[in-house]
Design a protein. Structure first.
Length: 467
């Protein structure tokens, strides 16, 4: 059921329940006339409940809330000063348990090798695909090598992931010795600035797996050793991180499936307790759904204060430079077509849901959007995309001809599974966008007089721009 699916995503994405309670808590503090003991107790209980439901260790929850309560009951602070102090305490204590930010900087003058570890189902191969896209978009020559010789079809899965991203993948499915596979491709690997190594998993970390990982590590000489941990295992993540750290000295963690669980607090705080940095978080199923973990930005998003840095990183990862340059040229020449509009719709779709984008823009995270408005807008954009795909090249380049012939409207509507109203709305938005671009060029050239400008402003003021 599509409605249930959307509800589930809205309920769980990016620890949404915890985020909602944190926003309410800060608003309750900021709007309170008097911060008496009863109000403080109520705030502390809400906070404890939210953190425990997010699977944060109970002892850690008690330590955090004890410090916040002590600060809130400090009689030396009064009025606004006290409110600011409590909100800062809340921010600082939550920030502390998210650990320190650690950036991965590739060595420019030598080969970088990232080795991926993890138990069965942790998302190792998927994470390799995401890392490959992330670093290739930032100018690195990336390849992947499959050294998982135990799981059936592991090599084929990695090959398919890399093929979709146009990343070179080295596999030898018939070989059952990972060391021999590495040696076989060693000369080829030297051509790449970043090599991503996919290793075998197990149901649990046993002696055989440790021995194999150490042997691969010895020959591959990884510059980074990542452990993939699914967010939905909650506090069990602590034991996994601890055991892998002691056995093979992991340098950081990638938390996968952050978009599908309310228990991610357990995985995040577990890494803090074990003193292993979280380096990346997987926020969805698409290759672009990988973010470098920045504790400050992550907390900012949870508190509804936005995270423009991560949004810009996301845009950078999904941007197709060639398509962007072509669209930019068309705009500059005044030749905007529906194909350019479609390219922008696809880019937005790659970034993620409208809810996710909104949460990253400062000020909009706390905005009260009517129930279902985001889903409605997202559905409308999908309809527009399907409608463009059902048009002829002539119609894409000259959308105005569609409205003049009802037969065209009906044909496109039927072929795309949309309504004629959807198509008219698309053309209306296209026309508005084109008018805005033409007015910008006219203003630059000085050919737009005041009377025309006022007339156009009045016309635009009557329209409702949806995207």
């Amino acid at each position: 059921n599509r409605n249930f699916k959307n509800l589930s995503l809205r309920q769980f994405i990016m620890l949404d329940k915890l985020s909602s309670i944190l926003k309410k808590t800060t608003d309750k503090i900021a709007n309170a006339i008097f911060l008496d003991k009863n109000l403080i107790d109520s705030i502390i209980k809400d906070l404890q409940r939210a953190l425990i439901e997010a699977d944060v260790n109970v002892q850690l929850v008690l330590e955090i809330t004890k410090k916040i309560k002590q600060g809130a009951l400090d009689e030396r602070l009064k009025g606004v000063e006290k409110k600011e102090h409590i909100i800062k305490l809340l921010h600082d204590e939550l920030r502390k348990i998210l650990g320190e930010k650690r950036e991965i900087k590739l060595e420019p003058k030598k080969q970088n090798v990232f080795m991926m570890l993890g138990l069965y189902g942790a998302g190792k191969s998927t994470s390799i695909g995401k890392l490959a896209l992330y670093y290739s978009k930032r100018g690195s020559k990336v390849c992947a090598i499959g050294l998982d010789v135990h799981r059936p079809a592991a090599a084929e899965q990695l090959r398919q992931i890399c093929e979709k991203l146009n990343i070179q993948c080295f596999i030898k499915p018939e070989e059952k010795d990972p060391i021999k596979i590495w040696k076989y491709f060693e000369k080829e690997l030297e051509k790449y600035s970043l090599v991503l190594v996919d290793t075998a998993g197990r149901d649990a970390l046993d002696e055989q797996l440790i021995k194999e990982i150490k042997a691969i590590s010895k020959i591959a000489k990884p510059t980074e050793t990542f452990l993939a941990i699914p967010a939905d295992i909650g506090q069990t993540a602590k034991k996994q991180a601890q055991v892998f750290k002691e056995a093979v000295n992991i340098t950081g963690v990638i938390i996968t499936r952050m978009d599908s669980t309310a228990k991610a607090g357990g995985a995040l705080t577990a890494c803090y307790e074990v003193k292993v940095p979280v380096l990346f978080i997987g926020t969805g199923e698409k290759p672009a759904d990988l973010e470098p973990f920045n504790p400050e930005s992550f907390l900012s998003r949870l508190l509804g204060m936005g995270d423009l840095e991560s949004l810009m990183e996301k845009i950078r990862t999904i941007t197709d430079e060639k398509k962007l340059a072509k669209t930019q040229k068309n705009i500059e020449e005044g030749k905007l077509t529906l194909r350019d509009v479609q390219a922008q719709l696809e880019s937005m779709e790659s970034i993620g849901s409208m809810d996710k984008i909104m949460s990253m823009i400062p000020g909009l995270g706390k905005a009260k959007i009517p129930e279902g408005a985001m889903e409605s807008q997202q559905e409308k954009m999908k309809h527009w995309k399907h409608a463009i795909n059902s048009m002829t090249q002539k119609e894409i380049e000259n959308p105005e001809i569609i409205e003049k012939e009802i037969a065209r409207l009906q044909r496109i509507s039927k072929g795309s599974g949309t309504t004629t109203t959807d198509i008219r709305m698309l053309i209306k938005q296209y026309r508005l966008l084109k008018e805005m671009l033409h007015s910008g060029k006219a203003m630059e050239s000085g050919t737009l007089d005041q009377k025309t400008l006022m007339k156009m402003a009045k016309k635009l003021g009557k329209r409702k721009f949806h995207v």
